[in-house]
Design a protein around this ligand. Structure first.
Ligand SMILES: C[S@@+](CC[C@H](N)C(=O)[O-])C[C@H]1O[C@@H](n2cnc3c(N)ncnc32)[C@H](O)[C@@H]1O
Length: 227
């Protein structure tokens, strides 16, 4: 999640918001989004790096949060479907897109992606830090996303690859799936999808109190064959 006023994305920062017992994923994320008014309104640099050279088409933002990525894509001319489990997040993306004059280009929908997936075919699907402390059939969701790509379309998955000092999860045994592991889980037919990028770049990240640390992102970029 990314605070508004910082030049780089922060790592997941839900430390004060550990999931309460009996709380559902929808309740948990709704609580997080209500509590965090202003984060996540800047584009993720890795998405900008991948999308900037592309001709704008139809994009899907999975787990869009407050919509920094969706709105940036719309500002580049993309027609964006922004999806999140939190009704508050979805409403905020919709309202902010309207405020910024790109409301016509952003279709924000509430989905628990474990249960439903938006309709449409896409030139770009982006899953930025689509990580949650709850059970999630992530590989199934990302496989559905890969199938929803138009010929030549791209699926970009950016995950945390290391734990920032301010992260909610300081479990020393945590294992972040590497890009190669995520690709293996997706088990996409190599005749129809190619891995264009699977790497783990480092970046300087800024935490909620302005502290900085070097963190690793796990980046997987897959392309659907042109025919
Ligand atoms: C770690 S945040 C990342 C948000 C945003 N992509 C970013 O980079 O700032 C994960 C997002 O996924 C959403 N989410 C979690 N579980 C979900 C689910 N099952 N279906 C749809 N969205 C979900 C959360 O509400 C949250 O906005």
């Amino acid at each position: 999640m990314r605070p508004t006023d910082q030049s780089q994305p922060t790592d997941e920062t839900v430390s004060e918001h550990g999931a309460a017992e009996e709380e559902s994923a929808a309740q948990f994320w709704e609580r997080i989004h209500r509590a965090r008014g202003g984060w996540g309104t800047r584009v993720n640099p890795l998405l900008a790096e991948v999308a900037a050279p592309l001709r704008p088409g139809a994009a899907l933002d999975l787990g869009c949060g407050p919509g920094g990525d969706s709105i940036w894509l719309a500002q580049q001319g993309w027609h964006v479907t922004a999806v999140d489990i939190s009704a508050t997040a979805v409403q905020r993306v919709r309202a902010r897109a309207r405020e910024l004059g790109v409301g016509e280009l952003v279709n924000a929908e509430r989905h628990d992606l474990a249960d439903s997936f938006p309709a449409g075919r896409f030139d770009l699907v982006s899953a930025q830090y689509f990580q949650t402390p709850f059970e999630l059939p992530r590989a199934d969701i990302l496989r559905t996303a890969a199938r929803a790509l138009r010929p030549g379309g791209l699926l970009l998955v950016v995950d945390h690859g290391s734990t920032a000092p301010w992260s909610w999860n300081q479990d020393p045994d945590i294992h972040y799936p590497t890009p190669d592991e995520t690709a293996a889980e997706l088990a996409l037919d190599p005749a129809r999808w190619s891995v264009l990028r699977a790497d783990m770049p480092r970046r300087r990240a800024t935490g909620p109190a302005g502290e900085t640390a070097t963190v690793v992102d796990n980046v997987l970029l897959v392309q659907r064959a042109a025919v």
